[in-house]
Design a protein around this ligand. Structure first.
Ligand code: SIN
Ligand code: MN
Length: 245
């Protein structure tokens, strides 16, 4: 049984605690370092390993112009391909993607509760897709917007493994102003409200900086949770309450 200030009852049902303090990177964009415990990081790595095996294998996405992304990706709930969502991975093997589990939705809600300090609509957050990206070698991600979703609900980003530079910009241009944030293993980053459609990217990963205790030999894993806003038939599901500062 835990003693002292962490004794049962003082912090009920809150296993996610930030090791360092959170920072507001832009309006609606919050960085919470060290949010996931090592145990939760290991569990997330294990889940990602399972999704990477199938029914749709993790692979490098081919862009319409013929270019190939350097990160490897697998999707959960809905499959993303440039530049739309579908239930089946038509650009990979045609299989229906793995179902989006309840525990991942609950993790997304807990993330919003933490990032927006209980004022961001976490109780109605219903992420239905996760993009799992694996960076190894020189993998990077150029500046882009997450804009295939029809919901304005926040994006929840979880990082495990090697540290990286996460470049977080503005909704108007892929250039400045932007802020370079170092994301380390266990960090949470949420972008919603006025920052929901901000450009962002990963210009650099620092190889060999991961703690082996998280269950990865090398590389960086990033999981983003999103609401597609797509009903099963592909219809717009609902609006996101505009509550985020
Ligand atoms: C993404 O923009 O989808 C991934 C961001 C990251 O890897 O941190
Ligand atoms: Mn993105």
């Amino acid at each position: 049984m835990t003693e002292g200030p962490f004794a049962a009852g003082l912090f009920p049902a809150e296993p996610f605690r930030a090791a360092r303090s959170r920072s507001d990177v832009a309006p609606g964009a919050v960085h919470v370092p060290g949010w996931l415990s090592v145990e939760r990081q290991r569990a997330l790595v294990e889940a990602c390993r399972g999704w990477a095996r199938g029914p749709v294998p993790m692979r490098r996405t081919v862009l319409p112009g013929g270019g190939v992304m350097s990160v490897r990706t697998v999707c959960v709930g809905w499959h993303w391909q440039p530049y739309r969502y579908s239930r089946t991975a038509d650009d990979v093997n045609g299989a229906r993607v793995a179902a989006f589990p309840d525990w991942l939705r609950d993790l997304g809600r807990a993330a919003l509760r933490e990032a927006y300090e209980d004022d961001g609509g976490h109780d109605v957050y219903a992420p239905d897709t996760a993009l799992v990206n694996f960076y190894d070698g020189g993998a990077r991600m150029g500046m882009h917007q997450d804009k295939e979703e029809r919901s304005g609900a926040p994006v929840v980003s979880l990082s495990v493994g090697d540290r990286c530079v996460f470049r977080f910009g503005n909704p108007r241009t892929r250039g400045r102003p932007y802020t370079d944030v170092e994301l380390a293993s266990g960090d949470l980053f949420v972008f919603g409200g006025p920052s929901r459609f901000a450009y962002h990217g990963v210009p650099k990963v620092y190889p060999g900086t991961a703690d082996p205790a998280v269950g990865m030999v090398s590389g960086r894993l990033n999981v983003t949770l999103r609401e597609t806003g797509l009903a099963p038939g592909g219809q717009r599901e609902r609006e996101w309450p505009n509550r985020i500062r």
